[in-house]
Design a protein around this ligand. Structure first.
Ligand code: NDP
Length: 278
């Protein structure tokens, strides 16, 4: 695998800041040694984007791993998210400060609204815009926003979200949402990009992978990468952290891309952002 390729592959967000196109997910990675190890392995193998959230409960371990990594701060791009119970102007600012303290960071690279909590996300966004103006966060975005949520936010926002992190993989391709983000200049970031491990069972991905000596996970990640969508596969295992980054030495053809496009069946592995109650 080429360390250079993963660390230098970036996408430019609306304010000119460059965000890595491949990162490490950390949902269900435990606080302490587990998260420290996986972040350390990732950073020493070229990963520069680390995705976490208040609700994952692992920001302290990530902070320790970042500090001990020896990688210059300016090369690292850390994303965290305000949780649903912390919505509101004052609460969001408090939640941000707590995350920054746990991560041991003076500034955070990307701060997101985790879920579009109805009736609350407008005030939350105002706080995030103010954190951005104050230089405490370099880029700002949302997660799990459907086109309606984006429109509602855009109607009062001073600054549009720069990223929308949503569930995206071969079985859930949400073409309307992807088109809405493109129209608004919002970069899409895919969560569960390997379907929480289930891509290994998809015959089309197995078959295409065999042509290149690649695994179904690598085919799924490459397919998303070729759509200019950011990917943040999660693993706590060194072999898979390396495998998931080793996607730069092959290119899917139009025919292969179309075959994977045809797998869309609107199937979610996570909650529906249009109907959630947490
Ligand atoms: P992924 O699609 O990244 O799959 C992770 C699972 O697949 C883990 O069980 C992992 O196990 C396994 N796995 C990892 N690599 C491979 C591989 N190469 N082959 C087979 N299995 C593999 O799912 P996630 O839901 O974790 O999504 C990625 C990240 O997106 C999250 O970690 C989180 O940071 C973010 N996210 C954001 C959400 C949001 O609401 N904004 C919601 C959900 C996720 P193991 O660790 O044992 O290797």
């Amino acid at each position: 695998m080429s360390k250079t390729e993963i660390s230098t592959n970036t996408i430019t967000l609306a304010n000119g800041v460059r965000m890595p196109r491949v990162g490490l997910g950390t949902w269900r990675t435990s606080e302490g040694d587990e998260v420290k190890n996986s972040v350390q392995i990732a950073l020493s193998n070229g990963y520069r984007l680390i995705d976490t959230a208040t609700i994952y409960g692992n920001e302290s371990g990530i902070g320790e791993a970042l500090k001990s990594s020896g990688v210059p701060r300016e090369e690292i791009f850390v994303t965290t998210k305000v949780w649903n119970s912390d919505h509101g102007y004052t609460e969001t600012k408090k939640a941000f400060d707590l995350s920054a303290r746990k991560l041991q960071l003076d500034y955070i690279d990307h701060y997101m609204i985790h879920w579009p909590v109805h009736g609350k996300f407008i005030d939350t966004w105002k706080a995030i815009e103010d954190l951005y103006d104050a230089g405490k966060v370099r880029t700002i975005g949302v997660s799990n926003f459907l086109p309606d949520h984006l429109e509602e936010l855009a109607a009062s926002a001073r600054i549009l979200p720069m990223v929308n992190q949503v569930e995206f993989h071969p079985y859930l391709q949400s073409p309307d949402l992807i088109a809405a983000c493109a129209e608004m200049g919002i970069v899409v970031e895919a969560w569960s990009p390997i379907m929480q491990g289930k891509v290994t069972q998809v015959p089309e991905l197995q078959e295409i992978g065999k042509r290149y000596g690649k695994t179904p996970a690598q085919v799924s990640l490459r397919w998303i990468f070729q759509k200019n969508i950011v990917i943040i596969p999660k693993s706590i295992r060194k072999s898979r952290i390396l495998e998931n980054a080793d996607i730069f030495d092959f290119e899917l053809t139009e025919e292969e891309t179309a075959r994977i496009d045809a797998l869309d069946r609107g199937q979610r592995f996570g909650p529906d952002p249009g109907n959630f109650d947490f």
